[in-house]
Each structure stands twice: as structure tokens, then as C-alpha cells.
Design a protein around this ligand. Structure first.
Ligand code: FAD
Length: 427
């Protein structure tokens, strides 16, 4: 599915409640009723946006194939901000009308559903928005986020019991039941998808230290059919219990029998990756992502990596080597020191065997490095891009580096549609 189709679909779904709501809006003659009537539209639209959010977080393969999971989750976040914002505005506007017209607020018992929703929204959306400031652990945030799944059923009941438009328009009620059924199908799919993952465990075959803080873990078992550059959700069994899934790019090539990820130790889980034992069992959900040169028909490619952001490029370069694909590739890779460069020998061999591959190492923390020093910036890009005609750019690395590189590329006049990037964050 293409992005525009998704938005057209959302627009159509949103147009349906507007159609049912419009007559009531046009018939409103008292100014004090307007807040309530507008609040009712926001509640209807909020319901649909939250359903859309569930769809975007469902990891449906046919959706993900073109959009990419990271972009789907970014849209999920935006839809959530609007959806939950509308939900919160609904009671405020409703009670404002009561106060303006009657001087008091009328409470009915089914409003309890609305109140429960608001409390849940404050906790779950608040924790999502303030994730960084609250220094929440990802696992804790994720568990809080799961609570969102009970919101839609609650507001479904609330709207059927109290909704003014529902009371007078049976066709809207039927549409609402359809949306409710869609929600149940999505939840069933999400559960089925998680169960499927557990049906085919893989086994760790080897754990190889690449640098002081990066390890490659190799697996055997049913290999996913993936493109070079895509990622997987990896769950490991530790002390008999399953660790929550973490996303890692598949650093091996689809052409090889090997399946591997290369992991930099940066936090709670990744710091334990070195303790993985051969024969340990893992579960994977794959493939995800659209970050692959195979999605673009271009002879010239520029790969810009920062630190562990090299993993999708390793997969792509290994694929090109194995398939003997002739593409002009410039790989610019930023690291702190020479010691941090993983796969150095392998890259050197690849470059020696293929004159169409050029590797430029840029080190930020090694004054005696004979090559490029500092960071990947506009000046450096201009120096190496000379002669490269209309390349497709692929950028992957730490957030700050990505922002700077993408800005520099834009300053150099590269159109947005030729810049592709993978954020190593799904939030
Ligand atoms: C598409 C993608 C591909 C990636 N590929 C690689 C790779 O090839 N090699 C590599 O070393 N790293 C990769 N990462 C990053 C890797 O997923 C995180 O470093 C890892 O999940 C951090 O977990 P932690 O418990 O060690 O760190 P923590 O300190 O607990 O978390 C650090 C940050 O990592 C993210 N994170 C933590 N747990 C999860 C989780 N279960 N699911 C999603 N995000 C989480 C959160 O943003 C969190 O703020 C990739 C990330 C994404 C999104």
C-alpha cells in the first residue's frame, strides 16, 4: 500500500462521521450549544484516529512494505496526539456548553466510561510524550502503552450509550459496529503475529566480538526472506523468560546462509549481548523496513554511516559482492577512533576487489589519523561527491549525526526524494 492511499482511506473514514454530524451542526441555533456540537465531532473523529493508530502499530506486512515501520510509528504518534487531543477536548467542550446554557454540569452514569478513558489517556499519552524527561525505561513505557488497547472498547461503549448522533442515526451505529469489528480483527492479528513469531525459534551459533563494544550474533534456523538493509525484531530467551523484542538490522546478506545482527552495547539489553551463548534460543519477527538500495533503480549510491549505523550498509555491500552487482558506491563512515571501526578488513577486501566501491573513514577523536578527521559535514561531502552523478543517498547513524548530514545534503542541493534514512529508534 502507498502512503497516499493510506491518507485517502483515513480521509474517507473521517468524512463519514462528518456527514452524519453536519445536519445537527447546521440545525444548531443557540451559540451556547456550539461547543458541545463541535466536541461531538471531535469525539467521533478522535475514535477513528485512534483506530488508525492501532492499524499503524500493527506491523501489518502489506502496510509496512512501502511505508516502513519507523515512518508508520511516526504517523502513529501524530495520529495519537490529534486523536487523544480530540478525546480530551470533547468533555471540556461538552461541559462548557452545559455551564453556558444551564449554569451547571449535567452528569450521567455512562460518562464514567469517558472519565476512565481520560485518566488512562493522561497516564499513557503523558508517559509517551514525556518519555525522555521522565527517564522512563523503554520496557516500562511499552507496558504502559499496552494499556491504550482498552481505550477503544471503552469509548465504543460510551459513544453507543451517550452519543447524540448515534441515537438518531442507525446508519452511523452500523458504521460504528463495523469500526468495532475492524478493531477486533486488528487486535486478533497483532496477537496472532506475536504467536507466529514463537513458532519458529532460531538458535545462536556464534557470538563474535567486532570492536570493544560491538558484537555480531549469528543464528541458524528458518531464515526470513529479506532485502539487504532490512531489520528484524529480536527476542532472546534469558533465564527461561523471553526478553521483549528489540529491533536490529540484519547485517548478513540475503545471499548467504548466515543470518546475523551486529549489536553495539549501549543500554540494559544490548550490554548483555556479549553474554549470549551458542545454543541459546531466539525468536525473530522479520523482515521490516524499506531502507534498501534495491528499492531504487540507481547506478550511483552514497552510503553515509555513523557508528553502528553501518549495519544496513554491511548487508547491502555483502549482497552486492555476492551478486557481483556493479554499482558505484561511496561509503562515508564516521567513528570516534580506528578501534571503533568494525568489519575493517572485510571492507578493505571489498574495496580492493571492486574499484567501484570507495570507503572513506572519518574519525572524530583520533588526532593522529592520517585520513579524514572531524565529522561528516557539507565541506567533506562536497569534496567526495564531486563527479558522482545524481546518486541516491542513504543515511544511518546517531540522531544528531543524521540531522546534520541530512541538512548538509539539502544545503548541497540534493532533493529530499533522493535522501533515504533509517532512524535507529522506533519511538
Ligand atoms: C530499525 C532499527 C534498526 C536498528 N539496528 C541496530 C543495529 O543493527 N545494531 C544496533 O546495535 N542497534 C540497532 N538499533 C538500535 C537498538 O534497537 C537499540 O540500541 C536497542 O534496542 C537498545 O536497547 P537497550 O535495552 O540496550 O537500551 P536502553 O538503554 O534500554 O534503551 C535505549 C533506547 O533504545 C530504544 N529501545 C530500547 N529498547 C527497545 C525495544 N525493545 N524496542 C525498540 N526500541 C528500544 C529506545 O529508544 C531507548 O530509549 C536499531 C534500531 C532500530 C529502530
Amino acid at each position: 500500500m502507498k502512503k497516499w492511499m493510506l491518507y485517502v482511506g483515513l480521509g474517507l473514514f473521517l468524512a463519514i462521521p462528518v456527514y452524519f454530524w453536519l445536519p445537527a451542526f447546521l440545525a444548531t441555533d443557540s451559540p451556547t450549544d456550539y461547543p458541545c456540537v463541535i466536541g461531538r465531532l471531535l469525539a467521533l473523529a478522535g475514535f477513528i484516529l485512534i483506530l488508525f493508530q492501532v492499524l499503524l502499530s500493527s506491523r501489518l506486512k502489506w502496510l509496512e512494505r512501502n511505508l516502513g515501520l519507523d515512518k508508520m510509528l511516526a504517523t502513529h504518534k501524530t495520529a495519537g496526539i490529534f486523536g487523544f487531543g480530540f478525546m480530551l477536548a470533547h468533555p471540556v467542550l461538552h461541559f462548557s456548553s452545559d455551564l453556558l446554557s444551564l449554569g451547571t454540569v449535567i452528569l450521567k452514569w455512562p460518562m464514567i466510561f469517558g472519565l476512565v478513558t481520560i485518566l488512562i489517556v493522561i497516564v499513557t499519552v503523558g508517559s509517551a510524550l514525556l518519555y525522555g524527561r521522565l527517564h522512563l525505561k523503554y520496557g516500562m513505557w511499552k507496558q504502559l502503552h499496552w494499556v491504550n488497547f482498552i481505550i477503544l472498547p471503552i469509548i465504543f461503549v460510551h459513544s453507543l450509550l451517550l452519543g447524540t448522533e448515534m441515537a438518531s442515526q442507525p446508519a452511523l451505529v452500523s458504521f460504528w459496529y463495523f469500526l468495532g469489528a475492524l478493531y477486533l480483527v486488528l487486535v486478533a492479528f497483532i496477537l496472532w503475529d506475536r504467536i507466529q513469531v514463537r513458532r519458529h525459534p532460531l538458535q545462536v551459533t556464534d557470538v563474535v566480538q567486532e570492536t570493544r563494544d560491538t558484537w555480531s550474533v549469528h543464528f541458524k534456523g528458518q531464515k526470513p526472506d529479506h532485502k539487504p538493509g532490512q531489520f528484524m525484531m529480536l527476542s532472546m530467551l534469558r533465564d527461561g523468560h523471553m526478553v521483549e523484542p528489540h529491533p536490529f538490522t540484519i547485517s548478513s546478506s540475503p545471499t548467504s546462509d548466515d543470518l546475523s545482527v551486529s549489536v553495539k552495547a549501549i543500554g540494559d539489553f544490548t550490554s548483555t549481548i556479549k553474554d549470549t551463548n551458542p545454543a541459546d534460543q531466539v525468536y525473530i519477527g522479520a523482515p521490516y523496513g524499506t531502507f534498501s538500495f534495491l528499492n531504487y533503480d540507481a547506478p550511483n549510491l552514497v552510503f553515509i554511516a555513523g557508528g553502528i549505523g553501518i549495519t544496513p550498509f554491511m548487508s547491502m555491500l555483502r549482497y552486492m559482492r555476492d551478486r557481483m552487482l556493479e554499482r558505484n558506491v561511496l561509503l562515508i563512515w564516521g567513528n570516534k577512533t580506528e578501534q571503533d571501526i568494525a568489519f575493517k578488513d572485510e571492507l578493505e577486501k571489498m574495496a580492493a576487489a571492486r574499484p567501484s566501491l570507495r570507503v572513506v573513514h572519518v574519525l572524530s577523536n583520533q588526532p593522529d589519523w592520517p585520513g579524514e578527521k572531524g565529522y561528516v559535514d557539507l565541506e567533506l561531502l562536497r569534496k567526495y561527491l564531486d563527479g558522482f552523478e545524481n546518486p541516491q543517498f542513504f543515511v544511518c547513524g546517531p540522531p544528531v549525526m543524521m540531522t546534520k548530514v541530512i541538512r548538509a545534503l539539502r544545503q548541497a542541493g540534493v532533493p529530499k526524494m533522493r535522501i533515504h534514512y533509517e532512524r535507529f529508534a522506533l519511538r
